[in-house]
Design a protein around this ligand. Structure first.
Ligand code: NGQ
Ligand code: ZN
Length: 492
C-alpha cells in the first residue's frame, strides 16, 4: 500500500486507552559535524527538513543561527521483523523443564503467554517494545502480527482490533510502522489442522483474511508513514492455494511487501522435504513469484543453490541473530549469500533483547565462530566490518519494509526526499572514541557495534524527535503501563 497521506491533513490517532500520538514539534534545520550520507561520511552537513522529509542536504557548510547542532548523524535502522507481544515474556522462557528444551517447547510457552493477552495489554507491551527499539536506533518496525482474535478464538467486532492496538502503540511512541497482518491456517505441512493453542491466529480462508487486511488499512489511517503488507506465516501454516491467493491479494490491494517465515528450524526443512520433496526455500522459489517485494525471514537453512537463487531474485533475507541464537535455530551461512550479492536486513523477532548494534555484532560473531576467521562480513577489498554490517542492514531493511512515495520506492538513508528517520550519537562519548581511533566515522560504527557503548543520543522519525539524551520522551509512562500489563497478565 502507498504511504498514508500527509500527516498534517490526518486526524490525530488516539489509542483505545486514550494515549495521544507522540507529536513533539518537528525539527526543521539541523547541522552535524559528521554525517553518514549514501556517498559516505561527510563533514559539516546541514539538513533542512520539511513535512517529515529531508528537503536538502549540503556538506562542508557552517551551521546557521537557529540550527540544531549534533556531533554525528546517521540514518535510523529498520527493524524488519518483530512480534511485539513476545516482549512481555522476555527472559521468562530460559528454564529447562524435564526433558529436552527446543524451539518447539519454547513455542508452546509462547502460545500460552499469547493466549491470555487482552488488547489493552498488547498495546502496553508493544509500546514498551517500540520505546526500546527507538532508544536502540531503530526507526521503523515490520510488525509480523498474528494475534488477531479474542482469547477464546471468537472474533472481535473489529477484525483489526489487535492490529489497531499495535498501530496505537506505534503512534504513541512515534516509531514508523510497516504492519504485516499474518495469514495462518494450518498446524503443519500438508494442511494439517491447527491446534487449540493457535485459535487466536487462524483465518478460515483468504477471503476471511482479506477483511482483516481492509480493517488493518483503516487502523493505519492517520498514522504518518504507515505501510501495509501481506504475510503468509510460513509454508507450515499456509497451503499452496492460499499462498497464491495471498500473493494476488498483495499485488492487488496492497502495494507493500510480502513477508514469510521460511527455513528456521532443521525439523521444518525435513518436514517440508517429507511433504513435497524439496526444502522450503526451493519450493517457494519454484512456486511463487519471489522478487524484491519479498522478505524471507529466517532463511537460516539453505543449500548453496537456494542461496544463489534468493540472491538473484532480489528478495531480502530477514535475519534475527539474537532470537535465532536464543531459539537454537542454527547459523545462517552469510558469506556465500553475500558473495552472491544477496540482500539482508535485521529484525528483533522475539524481542528477548532489543538492540540494533547487538544484532549486527552477533551476526558477525556467529560467522567468526563458524569460520574460525575475523571480520568475515567486511568488504572483500578491505575495510570496516561495522560499516559493512550497518550499510547492508540499512539497505536491506529499507527494501523489506518498503516505505513508498507515490508508488515509488522512497530514497534510502540520509538523502533528499527520504523520510527524516535519523539517529545522533553522544558527543562526549564520541570524543573518547576519537582519542583512541582518531576522526574516523567507520571506527565509530565499529565501537558502537563491537564494544556495546551506548552511543545513541537522539532519534527522529519523520523529523520528530522521540528520543533525547538516550531516553524516549515517554519512557516512564510507557514503562508504567507495561509493568501494569505484566502484573495483570501474571495474575491470570
Ligand atoms: C512466531 N516464531 O510466529 O512467533 C514463530 C513461532 C509459529 C519464530 N518462528 C510461531 N521464531 O511458528 O507458529
Ligand atoms: Zn517471526
Amino acid at each position: 500500500m502507498q504511504e498514508t497521506a500527509d500527516a498534517m491533513t490526518m486526524p490525530i490517532l488516539t489509542s483505545a486507552s486514550g494515549a495521544a500520538a507522540l507529536s513533539p514539534a518537528p525539527t526543521s534545520n539541523l547541522h552535524a559535524a559528521r554525517a553518514l550520507l549514501p556517498q559516505g561520511w561527510r563533514r559539516d552537513v546541514r539538513l533542512l527538513l520539511q513535512d517529515g522529509r529531508i528537503a536538502s542536504i549540503e556538506a562542508g557548510v557552517a551551521a546557521q543561527p537557529g540550527d540544531e547542532r549534533h556531533a554525528l548523524l546517521l540514518p535510523g535502522l529498520p527493524n524488519l521483523h518483530s512480534h511485539a507481544h513476545q516482549r512481555g515474556m522476555a527472559g521468562l522462557a530460559e528454564r529447562r523443564g524435564a526433558g529436552e528444551d527446543s524451539f518447539w517447547s519454547w513455542r508452546d510457552a509462547m502460545y500460552r503467554f499469547a493466549l491470555a493477552m487482552t488488547p489493552t495489554q498488547l498495546e502496553a507491551i508493544a509500546a514498551q517494545a517500540y520505546v526500546e527499539m527507538l532508544e536502540a536506533g531503530f526507526t521503523r518496525v515490520g510488525e509480523f502480527h498474528y494475534l488477531h482474535h479474542d482469547i477464546d478464538g471468537s472474533r472481535y467486532a473489529n477484525p483489526a482490533e489487535m492490529a489497531a492496538r499495535v498501530a496505537a502503540a506505534a503512534s504513541a511512541t512515534g516509531i514508523a510502522l510497516t504492519l504485516l497482518p499474518v495469514y495462518y491456517a494450518h498446524g503443519g505441512f500438508g494442511g494439517t489442522p491447527t491446534g487449540p493453542a493457535q485459535r487466536r491466529f487462524v483465518h478460515r480462508d483468504v477471503a476471511d483474511y482479506a477483511r482483516l487486511l481492509d480493517a488493518s488499512r483503516a487502523a493505519l489511517a492517520g498514522l504518518p508513514g504507515a505501510v501495509l503488507g501481506v504475510a503468509p506465516h510460513s509454508l507450515r501454516a499456509v497451503d499452496p492455494q492460499a499462498l497464491a491467493a495471498l500473493v494476488e491479494l498483495g499485488a492487488g490491494s496492497a502495494d507493500g511487501p510480502l513477508h514469510i517465515h521460511i527455513a528456521e528450524q532443521t525439523r521444518e526443512v525435513d518436514d517440508c522435504i517429507a511433504w513435497c520433496g524439496a526444502p522450503p526455500v526451493q519450493w517457494l522459489l519454484d512456486h511463487a513469484p519471489v522478487d524484491a517485494r519479498w522478505c524471507l525471514v529466517h532463511a537460516t537453512h539453505m543449500q548453496p543453490q537456494e542461496a544463489r537463487r534468493v540472491a538473484a531474485s532480489g528478495a531480502v533475507v530477514g535475519l534475527c541473530p539474537i532470537t535465532e541464537a536464543n531459539l537454537g535455530d542454527g547459523i545462517f551461512d552469510a558469506p556465500s549469500y553475500v558473495d552472491a550479492g544477496g540482500a539482508w536486513g535485521i529484525g528483533s523477532d522475539s524481542n528477548v533483547q532489543i538492540a540494533a548494534a547487538d544484532e549486527l555484532r552477533l551476526l558477525e560473531y556467529s560467522q567468526r565462530l563458524a569460520q574460525r576467521a575475523r571480520n568475515v562480513l567486511a568488504p572483500a577489498q578491505g575495510g570496516s566490518s561495522g560499516r559493512a554490517l550497518f550499510d547492508a542492514a540499512l539497505r536491506g531493511g529499507h527494501a523489506a519494509l518498503q516505505a513508498q512515495q507515490s508508488k515509488q520506492a522512497a530514497p534510502c538513508g540520509l538523502a533528499v526526499g527520504a523520510a527524516a528517520d535519523m539517529v545522533s550519537f553522544d558527543a562526549a562519548l564520541l570524543e573518547r572514541i576519537a582519542a583512541a581511533a582518531g576522526d574516523d566515522g567507520d571506527a565509530v560504527l565499529d565501537a558502537w557495534i563491537y564494544t556495546g557503548v551506548r552511543l545513541v543520543d537522539s532519534v527522529w522519525v519523520g523529523g520528530r524527535r522521540c528520543v533525547e539524551g538516550g531516553r524516549h520522551l515517554r519512557r516512564d509512562a510507557v514503562a508504567h503501563d507495561f509493568e501494569a500489563a505484566l502484573r495483570t497478565l501474571g495474575a491470570r
